[in-house]
Design a protein around this ligand. Structure first.
Ligand SMILES: C=C(O[C@@H]1C=C(C(=O)O)C=C[C@H]1O)C(=O)O
Length: 389
């Protein structure tokens, strides 16, 4: 299922998905990935979820549906192919170089001082040359297995993306995101925006102190408020009841604390489909900035390369329009030539180039650790993970 790239792609996709589902058997769902911006093609396809899962609302079944829909069944990896031929991994190349990322943060801060934007999210990438003899599809599969152990609370995804050129192998987007853009069940809409981040600490006392400091940080609360305010503005016309807590709370991943606001809303009837709603809200200031058009312009000029699917959407929708769309974070594109991992950070007044660079490093560590384990022979889940010791 596709729509021409360029302005209007997302709206056309949502309409095409709704039409295709209406014309399909009742158990059909649309699953796939929508890019950060409309210059990159989306990858959405129809699949029969009930063949793979009996409870499409529960996370593991949906994850399994993604895997079965997008990753062809792989034969068990022969031991020889799993040998850690590339340990230590080749060093990743930062794109852009760290100094250029810090300069872009300074430019974003200068734009904030002029008043044209109040928040801009700037992303960077790491290119990791393909580490060894395993096929890239096996690596994508191994990464997913490792991520499912290391990030048990995350939403996992694995989506085969459109080919860049006709003769190329199709890259695979693999990740474990902590952020749900929205979930629609009938007229109930739930959202969990995240913004404002600090690393966790292996010492429990210091870990709690770091979380508490994030919760108090005026700069991080402002960064978070931009997202919640934008969602309130956009949801108000389509919702009859909107429950938005006044204060953010902490959300933990295995490596990071985030500020989170769980939002619940009742949609007015007739309710838009989950994909139409997701496309209307995307990109939120959590991944782009505010005001959106101006922030998106700065993202285009200040980032060194297109984000493609990073900070886009991944999810599914059924015939009733219910569905779950997450934001593609803590992820990478796996291709035969190597992996491209991404992370971004929200720049607001009070941000510093050094701290924002460090935040992207901390975010990238999730995928780097998974990659390291995916390329080693040790089992991916030796002990339960989730909270640092
Ligand atoms: C851009 C990313 O994350 C987004 C930005 C955050 C922030 O700036 O604090 C936090 C969570 C996400 O909404 C990322 O993980 O790369």
């Amino acid at each position: 299922m596709s729509a021409p790239t360029g302005p209007g792609q997302f709206h056309a996709l949502a309409t095409a998905a709704e039409c295709a589902l209406r014309a399909s058997p009742p158990s059909t769902v649309v699953v796939g990935a929508i890019p950060f911006d409309e210059s990159t093609p989306a990858r959405l396809l129809l699949t029969g979820i009930e063949r793979h899962a009996h409870r499409p609302d529960s996370r593991p079944e949906v994850v399994r549906a993604f895997q079965e829909a997008f990753l062809p069944r792989l034969p068990p990896t022969p031991a020889a192919a799993v040998a850690p031929v590339a340990k230590p991994l080749p060093p990743p190349t930062p794109e852009p170089p760290p100094a250029a990322y810090r300069a872009a943060v300074r430019d974003a801060l200068a734009a904030i001082e002029t008043g044209i934007v109040t928040k801009v999210v700037l992303a960077r990438a790491l290119h990791v040359p393909f580490p060894g003899s395993r096929s890239y599809r096996h690596l994508a599969s191994a990464l997913l297995t490792v991520l499912s152990c290391q990030e048990p609370a995350a939403h996992l995804f694995s989506v085969t993306l459109p080919r860049l050129h006709r003769d190329d192998a199709a890259p695979i987007l693999v990740g474990a995101t902590p952020e749900t853009l929205l979930r629609r069940t009938g007229d109930l809409l739930t959202l969990t925006p995240l913004a404002g981040t600090t690393p966790r600490h292996p010492n429990p006392g210091r870990d709690r102190a770091q979380g508490a400091a994030l919760l108090r940080s005026a700069k991080d609360r402002a960064e978070h408020r931009h997202v919640v305010d934008a969602l309130r503005r956009l949801l108000h016309p389509v919702c009859q009841a909107l429950d938005i807590p006044a204060e953010p709370r902490l959300h933990a991943t295995s490596r990071l604390w985030h500020l989170a606001t769980p939002i619940r809303a009742r949609l007015r009837r007739p309710a838009s489909s989950s994909l139409a709603l997701a496309c209307a809200l995307h990109p939120t200031p959590a991944v782009c900035g505010t005001p959106t058009t101006c922030a998106a312009g700065l993202v285009r000029t200040l980032e060194s390369a297109p984000r493609r699917y990073f900070s886009g959407l991944v999810g599914w929708m059924n015939q009733a329009g219910d569905g779950h769309w997450v934001i593609a974070l803590r992820c990478g594109e796996v291709a035969p030539s190597g992996l491209r991992l991404y992370a971004g950070a929200g720049i607001v007044r009070g941000s510093t180039p050094e701290a924002e660079f460090a935040e992207t490093e901390a975010k990238l560590a999730t995928m780097l650790r998974a990659l390291d384990d995916a390329c080693s022979t040790t089992p991916p889940c030796p002990t339960p993970t989730g909270a640092p010791e």
